[in-house]
Every structure is written in C-alpha cells, then in structure tokens.
Ligand binder design. Structure first.
Ligand code: PMP
Length: 400
C-alpha cells in the first residue's frame, strides 16, 4: 500500500466527507497528442485578445502601479465596477457601482450565496440538468435538492411552482440563457411567469448568466432581473462573469444583489479572500473602458457560430436520426445530446477516449434523478475541421 492509500485519522468535517470529487474529471485528464476534446467548458484560446490585454496591462502598470499591486476594497475596484455598470446598461440592466460585488469568478459568487443563505438541509431548487459545479457548491452546504425538468423553452414553470409550494426552497438557481449543459434559453413568457413566483413564494432567484453575450442567432432575451418589478427585484440576484467573454484566467465576475444581501455577501467575501486580485481588476477596467470588448465579442460570436454549425451538421451527417437528438444552439458553448434510453454515456466515455475524442457524460449535471443517456459536447475550443473529425470518432464509438 502506498503512502497516499494509507487510511488516516483526520477528522474531516461532515461537509468535506459528503463532498464528491468527480471520477469523470479524472478520466478527462487522459491525454494523447491527437485527442479531440469536446469536454471542457473553456473558451477558445485562439480567441483571446492577447494584444489588447497586454496593452491594458502595460498601461495599468505604468500609470498606476501602486493601485494595481496593492490590497484593495472587498467590494471591488471602483474603476472596474463602473466599467461593469456600463456593460450591464448594454444588457438592459442599468445599475450603480455600489450595487455590485466583484468576485473571483462566478464560482465564488455561487459559493458566497451558498455560504450566506444555506443551513444544512435547506431546500434548493434548480434545473435538471444544471451546472455541475453549482451542484457541488450547494452540496458542500448540505442542501436538499429539488430538480425541475427543462424543455426547449427552459425550466418547466408549472412543475417549478409545485416544488416552490410544497418545499419552500430558499434558493432557486437557474442558468436561464444558454444553459450549461442544456444550451436552452428560457422563453419570455416563462420569464414573466417565473418572476411572479419568486414574490409569491419568497424564494431568492439566483440568475447565473455567463453566456448571454455569446448569442450568434435569434433574438436576445433580457435578463430576468431586467424584467422584474421593484418588488420582484428584491428577490433577484444576478451573476455574470468575464470568463467566457474575455478570459477565465483573470478570474473576474460580479454579483448584482439587493443591498441587504450584498452586505452579507461582502462580509463573506472578506472572510474568504479579502478581495479579488487588484491587478486583474485594474487591467480589465482599463480594457473595458478602451472599448475593445465589443469588437472582440463580434469575432468570438462569429467563430462560435461557425463551430456550432459545424458540430450540428457533423452530428446530423454521422448519426442516424433516431440514435442522437439535440437542438441546434443559438449561442453559448454547448450541445446537449440525447442517446437512446439504453445507452449509458459514462460507460461510453472510455470507448470514445480510445477512439481519440472526449465528452462529458450527462449524469453529474443532475442533482436529482440522474439520466444516463445524455452527453455534453462543447464546440468552443475546436476548429470546424477538428469538430468534423471528433464527431466522426464519436460516431464510431457510439454507433459501432
Ligand atoms: N456558472 C456557469 C453556468 C458556468 O458555466 C461557469 C463556468 N463554466 C461558471 C458559473 C463559473 O465561471 P467563472 O467562475 O469562471 O466565472
């Protein structure tokens, strides 16, 4: 027995003992030179605006090094919060800097919400499927999950109302625009109905929105919080991030929340990491103020659109129609595909890896009643040619 296998007598917390690492993540580390991965939720590194970010980094370090390299405010740099408010105004969501908290990725935002809202056993409602790392976070806070089915119009609001009435969850966590992994966008009609529910059942709606700017076709839907009346808005929290539109390595995101909640989140953040990196905040503030984001996003949308189409068309060509079903995406980074009900995609993954292609099996995206016959494919990182070859390999692994 190696040292790392020796049982220890560490008295881990109940939280840590309950938390599950992912066996799939381990498998996805498998690598070979010609491997084509549709697994990661990463933006394409080919699209990083390296020269723009470099220019902003140079400008910040030459004009205000003392500010960029010093400790900063927990709430976030005033310059970045102002620049984020300008970005929010372009999403139909005007706000003021004091309504925002800058976080170290939205991952931290979700974690802080779990920390300030949840006691062990508290009910959390979320989509089936939903963002798997949100399930992981809420599991750390020992949440009791209630999953609600998602169809082509987004979360099933009628089923949701039953859960709200019966279990009175404290939090309702949704990715309403280009869901991860579903790719689905909640319809306008359901957005309106859902907002009526949050006040009726006094549930805090956490709207996680990292992908809305990555729309390449169809009409934009305003964030739920932008449609809310002042009374409804008291129950709305909005999270967004620069990860998918600028750089995930900078770890910059923000929360817009009612002041009473924001105050609690700010104390929790102070305890967690004092503040998000001042250097990356100043660089991003300069970058956003320079007006480079809009043209950069145009390039990103065009590339993702082409890649999404390449994947949709390859899936249609390489799979007989009844074997694999999916919706062609209008934005975001993912295609969520359904295989016949006998297939277990976790068991397929080693076969696909042997063919030289990776995907994420659907199971971990379900907090309750997991379905085994789904897989998530990211079209963000590969070229159309690689996508064609990857789908051909996938078809060999699945159809053979
Ligand atoms: N929410 C969703 C729905 C995501 O897909 C991601 C990243 N994959 C995050 C939050 C976390 O993003 P970040 O911490 O990089 O802002």
């Amino acid at each position: 027995m190696s040292n790392s296998d020796t049982p220890t007598s560490y008295r881990f917390s109940r939280r840590a003992l309950n938390a599950q690492g992912s066996a799939i993540r381990e498998m996805l580390k498998a690598t070979r030179p010609d491997l084509i991965s549709f697994a990661g939720g990463l933006p394409s590194p080919r699209l990083f605006d390296v020269s723009g970010i470099q220019e902003s980094a140079d400008a910040v370090l030459s004009s205000s090094p003392a500010k960029a390299l010093q400790y900063g405010q927990t709430e976030g740099s005033p310059e970045l919060r102002q620049a984020l408010c300008d970005l929010m105004a372009s999403r139909g969501l005007p706000c003021s800097p004091d309504q925002l908290l800058v976080t170290t990725g939205s991952q931290q935002g979700i974690d802080l919400l779990g920390k300030v809202m949840l006691d062990p056993g508290d009910a959390v409602a979320l989509e089936r499927p939903t963002y798997l790392a949100a399930i992981q976070i809420f599991s750390f806070y020992e949440a009791n999950f209630f999953g609600v089915e998602v169809d082509a119009q987004g979360v099933d609001v009628t089923a949701l109302e039953q859960i709200l009435a019966q279990h009175r969850p404290k939090l309702l966590y949704l990715v309403p625009t280009f869901g991860n992994p579903s790719g689905v966008t909640l319809s306008r009609e359901r957005r309106q109905r859902l907002l009526e529910l949050v006040t009726r059942y006094q549930v805090l709606l956490v709207e996680d929105d990292p992908y809305s700017e990555l729309r390449f076709s169809g009409e934009a839907e305003p964030p739920l919080i932008a449609l809310a009346t002042p009374e409804q808005r008291r129950w709305c929290v909005y999270l967004s991030s620069l990860s998918k539109i600028l750089s995930p390595g900078m770890r910059l995101a923000w929360i817009l929340a009612p002041s009473e909640l924001l105050a609690k989140l700010t104390v929790a953040k102070q305890a967690a990491d004092l503040h998000t990196s001042t250097l990356t905040q100043q660089v991003a503030a300069h970058y956003l103020a320079s007006g480079r984001l809009a043209p950069h996003l145009q390039l990103a949308r065009a590339a993702y659109s082409q890649q999404a189409q390449a994947m949709a068309s390859a899936l249609q060509r390489h799979f007989p129609p009844a074997t694999l079903q999916f919706q062609t995406p209008q934005g975001g980074m993912f295609i969520w595909a359904q295989l016949s009900s006998q297939v277990n995609t976790a068991e397929l993954l080693p076969k696909a890896a042997a063919e030289g292609v990776l995907f994420v099996p659907g199971r971990p995206f379900f907090a309750t009643h997991p379905k085994a016959n789904y897989l998530r494919l990211s079209f963000a990182t590969q070229t159309p040619e690689e996508i064609e070859e990857g789908v051909r390999r996938l078809a060999r692994a699945i159809v053979d």
